[in-house]
Design a protein around this ligand. Structure first.
Ligand SMILES: Cc1ncc(COP(=O)(O)O)c(C=O)c1O
Length: 252
């Protein structure tokens, strides 16, 4: 079988209409197909490779680590330099109170962790999320996703999830003392790249503070680290309407 045949025969494909490019190599912003064509990679592994493919510094770090060890027990038993140095780097970017990092493998798992943490910490069960949002494909993250069609085959999902309208100020009234957390994207992607209104986030922050809903950080990529960073800044009373992003990033 050719690799193309193997691809269609043996891979569980999440896409209905795969592009089916056979990629031999990627370098910088380009991907090179075995047919000899060169493509600009505008997706960059959904931002995982956003330093460019095969960036020399990334390759050097991987090679250095390969020479030491690969996988060890990651359940908090051993002090491992890459883990603790990354935690140091991330927490230095964040507000003071967000000083602890829990590593997971995907955005869905980050959402799972956040939901569990919020429920455990608050003792509440209600989770609020937004119509047309996307949060991943595990059972928990799927439960709070804002597209009913994608959920239909998997019911029953998590109970006590409430979907409200994005940028609809009246719907903020649905946040209450029963609410464990509100999960929001700063830019809804599945819905067609819709940014949240700055004033909406401001009002959301106020509503949450009134009912004791606290800030958290859920990160599945550099982009979502930034998104979550901004959310947490809101809760930390550092982001007011009209405040510029560059200014926020300079704050500690
Ligand atoms: C906002 C958001 N949350 C969660 C996820 C799920 O991430 P993953 O596919 O790594 O599980 C995505 C993925 O695109 C996302 O865009």
């Amino acid at each position: 079988m050719t690799e193309r045949e193997l691809f269609y025969r043996h891979l569980g494909l999440p896409s209905f209409y795969p592009m089916g490019l056979e990629i031999d190599k990627a370098e910088g912003i380009f991907m090179y197909a075995s047919s000899g064509e060169r493509y600009i990679d505008l997706v960059s592994g959904i931002a995982v490779s956003n330093t460019g493919h095969r960036h020399p510094k990334v390759l050097e770090a991987i090679r250095n680590q390969l020479d030491k060890y690969l996988h060890l027990n990651v359940y908090g038993e051993f002090i491992q330099s890459p883990q603790v140095r990354l935690a140091e780097y991330l927490t230095a970017l964040l507000p003071e109170k967000l000083d602890s990092v829990y590593y997971v493998n995907s955005g869905s798992e980050a959402i799972e962790g956040a939901l569990k943490l919020a429920k455990r910490y608050t003792g509440r069960t209600e989770i609020i999320s937004f119509i047309d949002s996307y949060h991943g494909s595990t059972h928990g993250s799927l439960s709070i996703l804002g597209n009913e069609t994608l959920k239909n085959a998997f019911r029953p999902l998590l109970p006590d999830v409430r979907l409200v309208e994005f940028n609809n100020y009246c719907h903020l009234e649905k946040i209450s003392k029963r609410t464990a957390c509100v999960v929001i994207e700063m830019v809804q992607a599945e819905a067609g790249i819709i940014p949240v209104e700055e004033y909406f986030i401001h009002q959301l922050k106020k509503r949450c503070a009134r009912d004791g809903v606290r800030a958290g950080l859920v990160s599945c990529s550099v982009l979502s680290i930034m998104i979550s960073f901004l959310i947490s800044l809101c809760w930390q009373k550092r982001w007011e309407p009209g405040c510029r992003w560059e200014h926020l990033l300079r704050q500690k």
